[in-house]
Write a new protein. Structure first.
Length: 225
């Protein structure tokens, strides 16, 4: 019994006393944990938003790509005459036709009826078509018409480009781009330029995301007779 008691005493003597956490250590630990949780939740929200937006953006890209192909493959005379090619300006005046949507009850304004979409996608997609002068307007004898410059590089000397090929910079200023706009109330855009003059076509798609914000995608193309 004495031996056992002695051995037991030796073992207990080797156990170091334990110390608890101080209140400061606990507060620091909770602070670090809170920061980590906020970062994780934020990342999850961002990934979820991107996942929801990706299909909508893919649809918008397909629609604009299909329209570019149509403008490039169609006869000059039908541009601005066929329903899918009519002017639909996305500006404060909204002069011209309304944007094309998949839910429009008007056949000429319906993306599915016009064959731009094969079927409804269930998103609030709006598609606009805008036409602009590529080169300065001229009279029949070749004289420049004041106040009607072209949007292409070097045509309007009053424009300073951020990059040598960045003619799209002028479209960021609504008060500036109106200078180049082809009047949607004056007939087909092809009839508002010279016989051998090109036109610039701006295609815009907007849609409402799941979080309520509006996304926008735009492409530029051009045509000549």
């Amino acid at each position: 019994m004495n031996t056992i008691s002695s051995t037991f005493t030796v073992v207990r003597g080797r156990c170091a006393p334990r110390r608890g956490f101080t209140i400061i250590e606990v507060m620091i630990a909770f602070s670090v944990l809170s920061i980590g949780l906020v970062a994780v939740v934020g990342a999850i929200h961002s990934m979820d938003s991107a996942r929801k937006m990706a299909p909508e953006q893919a649809v918008a890209q397909r629609v604009l790509s299909a329209l570019v192909d149509r403008f490039q493959g169609s006869r000059w005379e039908v541009i601005g005459d066929q329903p899918w090619s009519k002017a639909r300006f996305n500006d404060a005046t909204n002069v011209g036709n309304p944007p094309m949507t998949e839910d429009s009850t008007v056949a000429d304004d319906n993306l599915v009826t016009n064959g731009v979409l094969q079927r409804k996608q269930g998103i609030d997609l709006k598609v606009y078509v805008e036409f602009y002068r590529a080169v300065a307007a001229k009279t029949a004898d070749g004289a420049l018409i004041a106040g009607k410059p072209g949007v292409m590089q070097g045509e309007d000397t009053s424009v300073t480009y951020a990059k040598p090929d960045d003619f799209s910079a002028i479209f960021r200023d609504p008060s500036k781009r109106v200078t180049y706009k082809l009047d949607p109330t004056a007939g087909a855009p092809t009839a508002q330029v010279g016989e051998d003059d090109p036109i610039v076509i701006r295609l815009i798609a907007t849609w409402k995301r799941a979080d309520g914000d509006i996304s926008k995608l735009e492409v530029f193309t051009g045509r000549k007779r």
